[in-house]
Design a protein around this ligand. Structure first.
Ligand code: 2BA
Length: 109
């Protein structure tokens, strides 16, 4: 068994959960925050049998879109704040950031 940990954008979570449920996967949704943007995103925990991992990844790939986002970086640590002129930069936020972990043991009581 594997545990898929997928960090996705909030905008994609409803579509992804619908598609996963429809295909017979089970998932847990966690509210998370990206370390860089400090904005809300969604982390899904999806426990799957080994032979279904690729199918789950296919659904994630199909459902989650990369988007451009404008970010104004925080002032640099230790630098003179008055000399810092913040200007927005564009970053491309996933798709999905996906980790596939081996599950040593799975129990359900
Ligand atoms: P954030 O950390 O808020 O990052 C959002 C986007 O900002 C990233 O998109 C990337 O395009 C950019 N970014 C992140 N760190 C950067 C840096 N040090 N310098 C320049 N640009 C940077 P994604 O790569 O698609 O990541 C989306 C979200 O997935 C991340 O949100 C974070 O919550 C999670 N994530 C990405 N890589 C991860 C990792 N190795 N471990 C844990 N979580 C990760």
């Amino acid at each position: 068994m594997k545990l898929i940990v997928a960090v996705i954008q909030d905008k994609d979570q409803a579509r992804l959960l619908d598609a996963l449920t429809e295909a017979g996967f089970r998932a847990t949704k966690l509210a998370s925050t990206g370390g860089f943007l400090r904005e809300g995103n969604t982390t899904l925990l999806i426990g799957v049998e080994d032979d279904r991992v690729d199918h789950a990844l296919q659904i994630i790939r199909r459902t989650c879109k990369a988007r451009e986002q404008l970010v104004t970086p925080l002032s640099p640590m230790g630098g003179p704040a008055d000399a810092y002129i913040p200007f927005p930069v564009e970053v491309i936020v996933g798709g999905a950031t996906v980790f596939v972990l081996n599950v040593e043991r799975f129990e359900k009581f």
